[in-house]
Design a protein around this ligand. Structure first.
Ligand code: ZN
Length: 81
């Protein structure tokens, strides 16, 4: 099914390069029911697939941080500058 998807969508969704990876728009870690939902699939080249993986990891890390109360002021906040 994955190979058929890449055959039907041979170009990377991000940059138009030859697609070799299939990624999920909504991570299946949060929506396992979308694992086989083709509407949630995007064709990606290796580069964009790796970038998307990093972005998902970052957003997970950021959302984890936002739940933690900040004890000290953010040094990059505009108020400090
Ligand atoms: Zn790409």
């Amino acid at each position: 099914m994955r190979a058929a998807f890449l055959a039907a969508n041979p170009r990377c969704h991000e940059c138009g390069a030859h697609a070799t990876h299939v990624d999920h728009t909504i991570p299946v870690s949060s929506r396992p029911d979308l694992l086989m939902d083709v509407d949630n699939w995007r064709p990606h080249c290796a580069t964009c697939s790796a970038r998307q993986g990093a972005r998902i990891a970052n957003s997970r890390r950021n959302s984890g941080n936002s739940k933690r109360p900040s004890a000290r002021p953010d040094p990059y906040s505009p108020d400090v500058l």
